[in-house]
Ligand binder design. Sequence first.
Ligand code: DGL
Length: 254
Amino acid sequence: MVTASSPVLVFDSGVGGLSVAAEIRRRLPGLPLHYLMDSAGFPYGNKDDVTLVERVVKVCAEAVAEQQPRLLVVACNTASTLALPALRGALDIPVVGVVPALKVAAAASTSGQIGLLATPATVNRTYTDNLILDFAGGCDVRRFGSVELVQWAEDWIAFGREPSGLFEHLDSWLSQPQPLSHVVLGCTHFPLLRPMLERFWPTICWVDSGEAIARRVEQLVGGQEPGLQPGVVTLSWTGERAPTEAVRRYVAGF
Ligand code: DGL
């Protein structure tokens, strides 16, 4: 039974979904959250589809049985663009997914020059082709798939290590004759690198889905009473690799 202490379960392969959890926390500070990282399955962005659907359904079903959450947020574009139908079929709670915010970027861009920065799996998905056709049809959408950025975001949050190769990694994609007005951060790890992205490329508008997901969660949980105490935030992971102290501090600082 769902009660006021039932958490919202937020799930990702690693620390990326914390960018979404932080937005939920900002909007609904009284809501208990449980954050699950599939550290044993990390990274997702280079896994084949069959393996990934099976894994995501298994890990989420186990966590739902254990945590008894009121809803599940799949705070991972790579998993959401593939496994939402299977998850919704397997679970009897609402499942909210995160997909690249192409619609927002297309509506906001006057030049129609948009970038999509995501994992290789997400940039190559049919789901993504359809998102572009449906919501960014009149735009020139340039895609870039990166596994490096995922690892750099992990290292930044887990060890405070600034990515040294970030500028070289993205600059030839970003410095083309037709400048990109908006770049969609279509992987939840990437907003964690936003301060560096903004420092190197200050004219680009970096768009992510975190706030939209938080609004959707708010609709589903029916808002919250004012004056509630801050909700508890708990953390779990798969496998042997426990989160570092820095990750725990990051979560405690929500
Ligand atoms: N954070 C995830 C996403 O939004 C996946 C990163 C990975 O494990 O490759 O796609």
